[in-house]
Design a protein around this ligand. Structure first.
Ligand SMILES: NC(=O)c1ccc[n+]([C@@H]2O[C@H](COP(=O)([O-])OP(=O)(O)OC[C@H]3O[C@@H](n4cnc5c(N)ncnc54)[C@H](OP(=O)(O)O)[C@@H]3O)[C@@H](O)[C@H]2O)c1
Length: 297
């Protein structure tokens, strides 16, 4: 794989961190339900090594995946880390023994979360940390995040965190955080069928801030659409490749972190960077969100 095909490059604003626009999301490397070890630990290591060998230099993770498991697999597969690899992690949640996801947002929780990430990843400082607001299940909810962002800004001053991002947030929360610290990326739920953030993406693009969709392939409910399948068939590609290529075309500040535990799917996803979609095809794909909103309403 030629890394020039991984969607081109993007530099996080105010940083020297430049990544390929197609990266990798590590959440699928833990066991079922993002809990415990994977069925095939060696396979997980292989997926990560294959991604980096193909030119991927942006990996998204969290210490609450597993918990700890995903970070430990990343360390096993890739440490000592190659120059230029940007590992982005997130804080704001913890897992309970019943596997539920609970907020972990006190200053003590956030500080402990940074140290968990440092220890399990084997790092002295975290390159980018997203504050992941718990909001509702997979969507943001209005409310101040100033206290948590201030804690992260303090950890940044101490040198444990180099840059700050946000996840599962509203436009108002982004603006609130920017009064406290620089924000280099925003990670929210967004894909062909789920386009609540269309306006936010434009706003972040104007500021040069990365928008990193989670669930780019639909997450726990994989994208399914007859239009998507028909477009993919016409292009000789898979529906997932078209979904990723659409995101790359959508805005130049969009970075991809599709998640997979499979080398075959990884290769398929990376190859999406080679797909060019015509304006007519983009128009067809744009109709999918309207159709799925009509089904939801
Ligand atoms: N900030 C947040 O709140 C948040 C929330 C969720 C996720 N994330 C991050 O975002 C990343 C991406 O999200 P995600 O992994 O949940 O969802 P996703 O990338 O939308 O989809 C992953 C699912 O699609 C399957 N898949 C991947 N490539 C495929 C392909 N080429 N063909 C068919 N199926 C394919 C995967 O299964 P296989 O393993 O079988 O390929 C997995 O079930 C995560 O890895 C995580 O790092 C962040």
């Amino acid at each position: 794989m030629n890394e020039a095909n991984l969607g081109g490059r993007f530099t996080f604003p105010g940083t020297s961190l430049t990544v390929q626009r197609i990266g990798y999301g590590a959440m699928q490397l833990a066991g079922p339900g993002v809990w415990g070890p994977p069925k095939d630990p060696d396979g997980a290591v292989t997926v990560l090594r294959e991604a980096v060998a193909a030119g991927v230099n942006h990996i998204d993770t969290a210490d609450f995946y597993g918990p700890h498991v995903t970070n430990q697999i990343i360390r096993k597969a890739l440490h000592p880390y190659p120059a230029g690899l940007v590992i982005v992690t997130k804080l704001g949640a913890r897992r309970l023994p019943d596997q539920s996801w609970q907020p972990a947002i006190s200053p003590q929780d956030l500080t402990a979360g940074v140290h968990d990430n440092l220890r399990n990843l084997g790092l002295d400082a975290l390159e980018i940390v997203n504050y992941r607001a718990m909001g509702s299940v997979h969507g943001p909810k209005e409310g101040s995040i100033a206290e948590q962002v201030t804690v992260l800004a303090d950890l940044r001053r101490k040198g444990l965190v180099r840059h700050i991002g946000l996840s599962n947030v509203t436009a108002a929360q982004v603006a609130e955080a920017q009064k406290i610290t620089d924000v280099v990326c925003v990670q929210n739920n967004y894909n062909l069928a789920h386009r609540d953030d269309d306006g936010l993406i434009e706003d972040l693009a104007r500021q040069g801030i990365a928008y990193v969709p989670f669930f780019p392939l639909g997450g726990f409910t994989p994208l399914q659409s007859s239009t998507l399948s028909a477009v993919a068939q016409g292009l000789g590609a898979t529906p997932m490749q078209v979904a990723l290529a659409w995101l790359l075309h959508r805005s130049s500040n969009i970075l991809l972190i599709p998640g997979t535990s499979s080398v075959a799917h990884l290769r398929e996803n990376l190859a999406a960077g080679q797909l060019t979609l015509s304006p007519q095809t983009l128009g067809q794909l744009d109709g999918i969100a309207a159709a799925s909103a009509a089904v939801r309403d």
